[in-house]
Structure formats: C-alpha cells, structure tokens
Write a new protein. Structure first.
Lengths: 338, 335
C-alpha cells in the first residue's frame, strides 16, 4: 500500500489549494490499488485491476523516467544558484571583513590598487532607493486602492492594463525615457535624482500588484461593518482596509525595493559613478553599489579589481536578501487571516 | 503572493454568495474627505496611464527626427554610425542578436522551468516544497549585475570547452559554425539569460499547476493512470495557458535584460561578415544603448539610440500583451 500512498501524497498534501475533501478521502481516496488489494477470482474485472496496479512495462518506465527528469531539473536549477552564491561569498567575503570597507570610499584608488571602502556606494544606494520609495509607494498604493475600492469600468481596465505594460518595460527603456524628458527636453543634467525617477517607473507596478493582492484579501464584511456604522468610505479605506492589509503591503514594498536596488541600467545612463562621498542627489555624479561593480568591469582580469567587484556584489546581495527576508517575515507573521 | 502574474487566489475564491465584485461603490457620499481621497486614488491611476503613454510619445518624438536624417535603412542595415554629417544606422544586427539570444534562453528555460514547477507541485515531498520554491525564488533575488559578473568571471571559462566541443562536432551546420569568438557569444548570453528568467517561468507555472482541480487528478489516477500520465492528461492541459503567458513574460524580460548582457557581449568589429552562427558575437539592443550612454552628445546620435530603444519597447510591449491576453482568457474561462 505504501507505493500507492506515495503516489498520491504530493497532490493531497497541498492543502493550499483549499480542497474540502474529508480526511478519509484524502488518505484512502481513489488510487491505484496495490497488488494486495486485488479481489480474488478470475475474469475481465480482475485482469483490468491487475493491469491498473501493474501498469504496462513501457508505461511504468515512462513514469519512472518522468520522475527522474523532474528531480534532475530541480537539481539543475540549483546548480547556478549554489555556484553564484558560493562564488560571491568565497571571493567577496574577505573584503567585507576589513574595517575600511564599511568606513572608506574609493578615492584615489585605481583598479590595480587593493581594497578601499564601499561606504560611499552603500550610502548612495540606500539614499537613492529611499528617495525612489518615497515617490513610488504613495502612487503605487493609491493606484491599488483605486483598482480595488473605487475602479469599475473602462478606466480601471485601462489602468490595470497599463500597470501590466509598465511592469514589462525594460529598465533600459525606462532610463531612455527619463533621459528624453529630463536631459534632452528640460536640459537638466544627469544626476542621482534622474536615476531615482527611472527606478520609480520600475517600482510602481510591483507595489501596485502586491498591494492590490493584499486589499483583495481583506474580507468584505469588514468594509460593510464600517459602512453600517456610518463611517465615510475614505475613513473605511484608510482605517479599516489599509490597516488590515498593512503587513502585506509592507512586504510588497520591500520586495519592490529589493527589485530596484540591483537595477543598473538606469544608473548607467542617468547617474554616472563617482569614487567620492556624494550626498547630493540632485547635482553631479552619484556613487551606487551596482555602478561600483560596473566601474571595474574592464579590469576584471586584475585580482585587485575583481576582489572589489565581488565584495560590492556580496554587499549588494546581502542588502537585497535582507530586504527579502524582512519582507517574508512580516508577511508570515502579519498576513491577513482569511 | 503572485506579483509576477497579477492573478491572485482572491480572484478565484468566490465569496459566500458566489463571485462578486467588491461592493461599497455607493458608500461614497460626496463628503469632502471622500472626494479628496477618491480623487487622489483616481489621479494616481491616471498618472500611471499617463506615464506609459508618455514613454511611447517621448520615445517616438525624439526618434523621428533622427530617423528622418538616417541615410541607411533602419530595419535592414547593419551599419551603426549615427554620428557625423551623414548619419547611417540600422538595427538588423541587434535585432538578430536579441531575438536569437532570447530564443535560446526560452528553449532552455521553458522546459526546465516547467519541470521544476512540476517537481515542486507534484513530485517533491511535502517538507521540501516550500524550501524548494523559496530557493528558486532566490535566483530572482540575485541582482542582474551579479549574473553579469558571475558569467564573465566564473561561467565563461567553463562554457568555453562546451562551445568548442559543439563547434567541433556540429560545426558543419551554419547555426553552429565556428567564428573564432569564444567569450560572449550569442549562445553563451542565451544560457545566462535562461538562468535569469527561470524563476519567472517557474513561479507562474507553479501557481497554475497548483490550481489544478483535485477531482481531475484523482479521476485520472482512479482510471489507472500512472503519475506521469495523470500530469500529462490533467495537470498540463489545465496549466497550458499559464505556461504560455509565463513564457511570454520571461521572454519580455530576456529581450530587455541590460546589464548582464552588457557585461558579457563581445561587440563585433565594423564590417565583419554576416553569419547565422549562434557562436558569433554581437550586441543586443539593450547592451548597445547601455554601452554607449556616454555618447549621447547630439540630438541625432541620441535619437538613433532612442529609436533602438523604441523598437525594444515595441517588442516587449507586444510580447507582454500576448501574455496578458492569454491569461485573461484563462481567467474568464475558470470563473
């Protein structure tokens, strides 16, 4: 019987699909009967049953091959993950253990010089991402509120469609667009702020989609209860709906931040790198972690440059992972209960 | 969470009174606060529409003058010399490299991604499912510049002998003809892109496979199907639209991927002969633009790059729209 149970468990244990089957049906449900379950006696029925429990050789082989292929595919997918993370940690870790890395910058350090700090780039990245978040989150959340709470008809459909389109816009195209507006049309210089604007375009759809999802999970009864008490709609949305979905929205925002933090294309076009500390987002070059990696691209054959690139990559990955982990933890502990 | 797809379980789970849109529209009473808040929400939505329209408008407006000055055919020329008195630029080479690399990425990532999704939803023991899904999602959390760095330093030396072997054995076939380039070939870029878009294919496919109705699966098993036959007859047909739109979304991402490709490409020298080989070098739209960001010096030059960006925008727009249409139709079908 074990064989039969094994075959079904993957389907039945996925309680996430919300199946309402009683327990009996789950554990003993319709399945390929094992050999022992075949009723005694002769006749066509018995043959059919034994055919079921012992699938034809070719079918059994196919089944086994398929199973092997799936396991192999998963193992194959894990190879690059382990390889990438392993390489980054192995080659970048010793940069992060030096004190200078967290306090210094790259001023007067050439590709063939060892070490230097990354603080300018870490600060720059955080500052730029904070600015992006400040612009993208209100627009994103309000748009999601419109789609779930207000929007009906053609306008809502149009907004939903454009959010989809926006989420598919390549980062380089978003950067070109901001360049066309900011630099070519208004004649303003490249700056960290211009790059932030391009990142806003990339972040909005992530925030809209995840917030929308969370707002849809808020039970309608909560809204109705508020209305029944005479609470105005906007207070209901702000104090009941948004508050209930709060943790899910935060998660979505963090994932959105994680997505734009590693974006490089807009920085390449809009925010040239500097090796110095630079806190002015509006004028001149701006240091960021991705651009710090990009800086040494031509000299990757030099150990000193390669080390710095791996160190910056590890720092960037750690920042992104940290946000992802925080996002998932918040999602786990504060999710809307159905 | 299904931010990748825009399809939520909430859409599929009907309330106690059957599927209904969320009510409450009429609760708005025209109070001052209501008008302000509702107005702000509407304006945000319109801002999003405006942004997308403006992207198209600005790109077109700035590309057209450059295209007018272009002395070569924009679509069929292989020359890229937007500077000078007589600018000439064509996108044929970028188009070929972009499409070829993305196609290779799809050929690898779709079968593997679907298999991984099937593994996670159908084959993995229960304890392994969540960790496995998280691990695959982790691939998506790695910034693309890190893929570029890894591809450049760690993966390229490993891929080189593989390419050499294929060139050796299958070099007589035009697609695999040796070109003497061994670094960032189209094929190599395709493989790296495949790894990058794998989590997209897997995430969405996993979602639809998970929604396969249990009675379908149990029905198949009860009729004596082996597990593989059950997947082939119940799970895969049910999930097909999801897999198609997942592939389209992934394709959109592969077409527009910038920095990883920029790290890896080997640009061809001017006037190098045309070849169909996937072991040739060449720039994609995105890498060409990114590599020449410093060259945006005069309107015609900038316009030429913006025109290339516009083509990329249109390509991804079409691909993404197809994905949306497919998944919308499926949604309408399941409701």
């Amino acid at each position: 019987m074990t064989a039969a149970i094994d075959r079904r468990t993957p389907d039945d244990r996925s309680s996430s699909d919300g199946s309402d089957l009683p327990d009996a049906a789950r554990s003993g449900g319709p399945a390929v009967p094992a050999a022992g379950a075949t009723p005694p006696g002769d006749g066509p029925g018995r043959e059919a049953l034994s055919e079921m429990s012992h699938p034809h050789r070719a079918r059994a082989v196919k089944n086994g091959v398929a199973k092997g292929v799936m396991w192999a595919a998963f193992a194959l997918a894990m190879v690059p993950l382990v390889w990438i993370l392993g390489t980054v940690v192995a080659k970048g870790m010793h940069m992060l253990t030096t004190m200078t890395w967290w306090t210094g910058n790259q001023r007067n350090i050439n590709s063939d010089d060892f070490g230097g700090g990354a603080r300018h780039a870490i600060e720059g990245t955080l500052q730029m991402v904070a600015f992006t978040t400040l612009i993208a989150v209100p627009i994103g959340i309000l748009t999601a509120v419109y789609l779930v709470e207000y929007g009906r008809g053609p306008l809502a459909r149009a907004i939903s469609f454009t959010v989809d389109i926006l989420s598919g816009v390549p980062s380089i195209v978003a950067a070109l667009f901001i360049y066309a507006v900011w630099v070519t049309t208004f004649g303003l210089g490249r700056s960290g702020f211009a790059a932030s604007l391009a990142l806003v375009l990339l972040m909005i759809p992530v925030v809209v989609r995840s917030t929308e999802e969370m707002l849809k999970l808020v039970p309608n009864e909560l809204r109705e209860a508020a209305y029944a008490l005479g609470v105005p709609k906007w207070v209901t949305v702000v104090k009941v709906v948004l508050r209930t979905a709060y943790s899910g929205i935060i998660t979505g925002v963090l994932l959105g931040i994680a997505r734009v933090m590693g974006e490089t294309a807009p920085l390449l076009i809009l925010a040239p790198y500097t090796k110095n500390f630079q806190r002015d987002l509006f004028n001149g070059n701006f240091p960021t972690l991705p651009m710090m990696i990009n800086q040494d691209r031509g000299d990757f054959a030099l150990t000193t440059a390669a080390e710095r690139m791996w160190g910056a990559a590890l720092t960037l990955i750690l920042l992104v992972l940290l946000l992802n982990v925080i996002g998932r933890v918040i999602a786990h502990f504060g999710s809307v209960k159905k | 969470m299904s931010t990748v797809t825009g399809v939520s379980t909430a859409d599929q789970t009907p309330g106690p009174d059957g599927p209904q849109p969320l009510q409450g529209d009429r609760a708005s009473t025209g109070r001052f606060g209501d008008r302000i808040f509702g107005g702000a929400a509407t304006v945000s939505g319109i801002v999003v529409i405006a942004i997308v329209s403006l992207i198209a408008v600005f790109l077109v407006v700035q590309a057209v003058p450059a295209l007018m000055d272009n002395s070569a055919n924009f679509f069929t020329s292989r020359v890229w010399a937007p500077g000078g008195d007589k600018p000439a630029f064509g996108i044929l080479e970028f188009l070929w490299t972009t499409v070829a690399a993305s196609t290779i990425a799809m050929l690898i990532s779709v079968p593997v991604g679907v298999a991984v999704a099937l593994f996670i939803t159908q084959y993995a023991p229960a304890w392994l499912r969540r960790p496995a899904a998280t691990l695959v999602d982790l691939l998506a959390a790695v910034p693309s510049i890190v893929y570029g760095l890894w591809g450049l330093i760690a993966f390229a030396p490993v891929f080189k002998p593989v390419q050499g072997w294929i060139e050796d054995k299958l070099g007589w076939f035009p697609l695999f003809a040796p070109t003497g380039i061994s670094g960032g070939t189209i094929c190599f870029i395709g493989v790296v892109l495949a790894i990058m878009v794998l989590p997209i294919v897997t995430a969405l496919s996993r979602e639809v496979f998970d929604q396969t109705p249990t009675p379908h699966k149990e029905g198949a098993l009860a009729l004596g199907a082996t597990q593989w036959e059950m997947i082939r007859t119940a799970v895969l047909p049910f999930g097909r639209p999801g897999v198609i739109s997942a592939s389209m979304l992934a394709l959109g991402r592969a077409l527009g991927e910038t920095i990883a490709v920029t790290f890896l490409v080997s640009a061809l020298s001017d006037g190098s002969p045309w070849t169909w080989s996937i072991f040739n070098g060449g720039e994609t739209f995105a890498s060409k633009i990114a590599n020449n960001a410093a060259e945006f010096s005069n309107p015609t030059k900038t316009g030429a790059y913006i025109a290339a960006g516009l083509v990329l925008f249109v390509l991804t727009f079409v691909v993404n729209s197809i994905a949306r249409v497919v998944i919308e139709r499926r949604k309408a079908f399941t409701e």
